[in-house]
Design a protein around this ligand. Structure first.
Ligand code: RUQ
Ligand code: CUA
Length: 662
């Protein structure tokens, strides 16, 4: 311990001196000192100033998305997607619960790995963020005017929805493929019959219309593990490229049995040809069971609908739809460069980074340069599609991003570094360490036609000694590099919320101007909205008591409620009457069994409460909304079952005055 604190002192002194001297004692300190205060300045966003970029980092096993400002690394918001969030009542309020319905029931958790911004003409357009849920296969749309999850689609015949979501150039589709192959349709079969019975699937999901996501068609594919994907552009427009592993089709001890083949495949899918095949009537409708959930824009109430069929096609029935590109070895990332010519594979166990050429692939298909066929899918010759190999790149290549200046950046999990190399010559031109074991890396716009470049963000799996320890679980980290010069420079590292996998970043201006400031009260079509305090009220239907409540600085109407009985289900429908930015009100009641609510201006949210004991129960506003926020409170009197206390709801000892009253 003493030596550690001494290191800190030396570190502090060095930073104050603003000298760029490496400090070699503890490995993790070296980089912090590399640029010293100069680097600090490049990430410093002065109080009152805005960040240059929004970054959306997947939260991994938190099921959420973290929104950060770049370059500061400041956390702006956590967006619940496949999770309940006690902070704002997401997944607890009656309006939001249907968002988390699936064919397996209410599932308020998932493992969120990948983010994809919507695109127009191959560029990020700032409308939506799509994300995946791995465990209960789902994709979601987050609306970037509200920073709220607006839609969730479950994916049938998927298991471990990892290769997902990947967006096409004009957001025609988001695409999703399965990590685990399973029997399709799922049924009771011996696991040992994997090869005969298990299948993978690739789903093309229509994504361009909010509230209307659905599966356009599913391609049923060989029973491999599908890992990641990217859409083509330019010469590869109309294609999607998926990495696959476990082409051995092992069903046990994959760490050994799925590492046998020297080459696995990148699956190239021509989705224009798939569309044509569907139009020719070669698909068939399969019975399935999945959910589509979306938030209605005007009621602000989520609707969960059950779907029962999906259109399926097979490569055998649709020649020309799918080809395999042999690729060493258990590839993880399959990344397409900004021109669309190069498809880069991150072969976790490979000693090179193989790069395929889209034009060579098209020519090889034309010339039928096949080395074989698999379930009706031609396997192209490795050399027929290969553009080049990056030699000795480092160990454990995973993901590649692009700066738009002709360079690629690959994360090296095992050797903990980012390796920069040149497209076309395949030579490594720079490498910088990460701390430690980088998984994904992200360059703003790095997967688009026009990368913003400038920064790279490494998202690391292990932090060890980087931060103050926090018990057995340590913070995950993101590290920001300046990539505008010849050599990458580490500027900043910041802890992240959950475990980030992929992330996207976009110029703030593309999102900032479109922010919804509040919901128009006049357009609120919630079933129990009230647009003025005089419309508030209370009503009993059997054991269910509906309270229509208004909140406005700084009181509730009604704020005294009597006549509720033990065992009643009380539904507080609270409408926030404010019509101004940044004035949410909260609602919480003593003994509530779920969470509080945060109600945005103009919105109605409902809290369900079942009082179990007689007594008087205070409720209050949880969001500090004005100088008299602490006065924003009320009481509910709960009487014994069958009591004759009359049902009443008052404010200032008066029942709400209906229209015509005062
Ligand atoms: S993954 S660390 Cu789940 Cu995207 Cu590659
Ligand atoms: Cu409303 Cu505090």
């Amino acid at each position: 311990m003493p030596s550690l604190s001494r290191n800190r002192l030396i570190l502090g002194a060095a930073l104050l001196g603003a000298v760029g001297i490496g400090y070699a004692c503890a490995g993790n300190r070296t980089s912090s000192l590399a640029g010293g205060a100069g680097n600090a300045q490049r990430t410093y966003v002065a109080p009152g100033e805005y960040d240059e970029l929004y970054a959306f980092l997947s939260g991994g096993f938190s099921g959420q998305v973290g929104v950060y400002g770049i370059p500061s690394g400041r956390l702006l918001k956590v967006i619940p997607v496949f999770s309940q969030n006690a902070e704002n009542g997401w997944g607890y309020s009656e309006e939001t619960k249907p968002m988390l319905e699936t064919s397996y029931g209410f599932i308020p958790w998932d493992d969120l790995h990948h983010t994809a911004l919507s695109q127009t003409n191959g560029e990020d357009d700032g409308r939506w963020l799509f994300v995946n849920g791995n465990n209960t296969p789902r994709v979601a749309r987050v609306d970037l005017t509200t920073f709220e999850t607006s839609e969730i689609l479950e994916i049938p015949n998927a298991a471990g929805n990892h290769a997902s979501p990947f967006v096409t150039e004009n957001t025609e589709y988001i695409v999703s493929s399965t990590r685990f192959s399973i029997p399709v349709p799922n049924r009771d079969v011996p696991i040992a019959e994997y090869k005969a019975q298990f299948r993978g699937q690739i789903s093309f999901i229509t994504a361009n219309q909010p509230g209307k996501m659905d599966i356009a068609f599913q391609l049923i594919v060989p029973g491999f593990n599908y890992d990641l994907a990217r859409a083509g552009k330019g010469p590869s427009a109309g294609w999607m490229f998926f990495s696959s592993y476990n082409t051995e089709q092992a069903n046990t001890l994959l760490e050994v049995n799925a590492s046998q083949n020297d080459k696995d495949y990148i699956a190239a899918v021509n989705y224009r040809a798939a569309e044509a095949c569907v139009r020719q009537g070669k698909g068939r409708r399969a019975q399935v069971d999945y959910r589509h959930n979306h938030m209605d824009e005007f009621t602000r109430t989520a609707i969960s609908e059950r779907k029962t069929s999906v259109l399926q096609i097979t490569p055998a029935d649709c020649p020309g739809v799918m080809y395999f590109l042999p690729t060493p070895k258990s590839p993880h990332g399959a990344d397409v460069d900004p021109t669309g010519e190069y498809i880069v594979a991150g072969g976790k166990l490979a000693s090179v980074i193989p790069v395929h050429s889209a034009t060579k692939m098209l020519a090889a298909i034309e010339a039928k340069e096949f080395e074989g066929e698999l379930e009706g899918i031609p396997v192209l010759k490795y050399n027929a599609t290969l553009a080049g190999e990056v030699k000795e790149p480092g160990l454990g290549p995973l993901h590649t991003e692009f700066d738009g200046q002709g360079y690629a950046y690959t994360s090296m999990f095992l050797s903990s570094e980012i390796v920069k190399w040149k497209l076309g010559t395949w030579e490594v031109v720079d490498r910088q360490p990460t701390y430690y074991s980088v998984g994904h890396l992200m360059i703003p716009g790095g997967g688009t036609r026009k990368p913003y470049g400038r920064y790279a963000l490494a998202m690391n799996k292990i932090t060890k000694d980087r931060y103050l320890p926090t018990g057995p679980e340590l913070a995950h980290s993101a590290q920001l590099y300046d990539i505008s010069g010849e050599r990458m420079e580490l500027l900043l590292d910041f802890p992240t919320h959950g475990e980030p996998h992929y992330a996207n970043a976009i110029e703030a201006s593309k999102v900032r101007e479109n922010q919804k400031r509040f919901y128009a009260l006049a357009e609120n079509r919630h079933a129990r909205v009230i647009r003025a305090e005089r419309e508030s009220g209370i009503e009993r239907r059997g054991n269910v008591v509906h309270v229509r409540m208004a909140s406005i600085r700084s009181h509730f109407t009604p704020d005294n409620i009597e006549g509720v009985q033990v065992g009643d289900t009380v539904l507080f429908h609270v409408t926030n009457l404010e019509q101004d930015w940044d004035v949410p009100h909260g609602f919480a009641i003593l003994g509530a069994q779920n969470a509080e609510l945060l109600i945005m201006p103009g919105e109605t949210r409902t809290l369900r409460w079942v009082p179990l004991k007689v007594g008087v129960y205070p409720f209050y506003c949880t969001d500090f909304c004005s100088a008299l926020h602490q006065e924003m409170q009320g009481y509910v009197r709960v009487s014994a079952r069958g009591s004759n206390v009359a049902l009443s709801a008052t404010t200032n000892n008066r029942a709400p005055q209906r229209a015509g009253g005062n």
